[in-house]
Design a protein around this ligand. Structure first.
Ligand code: SF4
Length: 225
């Protein structure tokens, strides 16, 4: 389906700038493996050194909410992941998330952790990506987001080095994150050995979940997969 353009002179309905909507398997997080529709919003104020979605920084097309809902429904699956870019950089994302929840979908949101997650509907599983020093964007973490987390949410660390691992372990312990929600550690692709990261977690008996990005193993990080 094509996005629906607003008529000139008519009050613009709710709409968002999207890079793509596609059906794939959820490649990470607690919902790994489920057939999932991904709604990728355009734009991100961060520039993580390992970013694999730089193609979503610019461009995109305006989609009205009704058109997004129709396209999601066309794929016929229960799980929807709103991602980016940084989806919360477009304020109307909050309204889309509510519409998706009201429509009965299992909704997750992938967010950089740099923008307040407080206004997000708590039916959404918010996947908060806390930025490590190795990401080059650690200064963007909005630490007050930790106070917003519930058991329905998830925290993710992308680990780029042993130093990042030690830092992330310290943050998990300092904030008692594993008592709040699931915490995931994943190796930054081609920057740290997945086996080393697995060994460090096991050696420390750290109560976090190791994960590999399934979509990169299956489809070699092809956009839209
Ligand atoms: S927050 Fe996500 S989309 Fe934005 S630069 Fe970092 S990895 Fe890329």
């Amino acid at each position: 389906m094509n996005p629906v353009a607003s008529e000139p002179g008519v009050v613009a309905p709710d709409r968002l700038r999207l890079t793509e909507i596609f059906l794939s398997l959820q490649g990470e997080s607690r919902s790994i493996g489920w057939p999932t529709v991904f709604v990728r919003l355009t734009g991100c104020p961060l520039r993580c050194q390992y970013c694999d979605t730089a193609y979503a920084f610019h461009g995109g097309q305006w989609w009205e909410f009704d058109a997004i809902l129709a396209e999601v429904a066309r794929h016929g699956v229960r799980h929807v992941c709103v991602t980016g870019g940084e989806p919360l950089a477009q304020k109307r994302c909050i309204g889309l998330l509510k519409r998706l929840c009201d429509a009965g979908y299992e909704v997750s949101l992938e967010t950089s952790g740099s923008i307040d997650i407080g206004p997000v509907d708590t039916r959404v599983s918010r996947v908060l990506d806390l930025k490590t020093p190795g990401s080059a964007e650690v200064a963007r973490n909005l630490w007050s987001n930790i106070g917003e987390l519930t058991a329905n949410d998830q925290v993710k660390f992308v680990i780029c080095s042993r130093e990042d691992y030690d830092w992330a372990r310290g943050i998990v312990e300092e904030h008692g994150l594993t008592a709040i929600c699931d915490v995931m550690f994943s190796p930054s692709f081609n920057q740290v050995s997945a086996r080393d990261l697995a060994d460090w977690i096991v050696a420390d008996r750290l109560p976090v979940r190791f994960q590999l990005q399934l979509h990169k193993i299956l489809w070699d990080d092809e956009p839209g997969r």
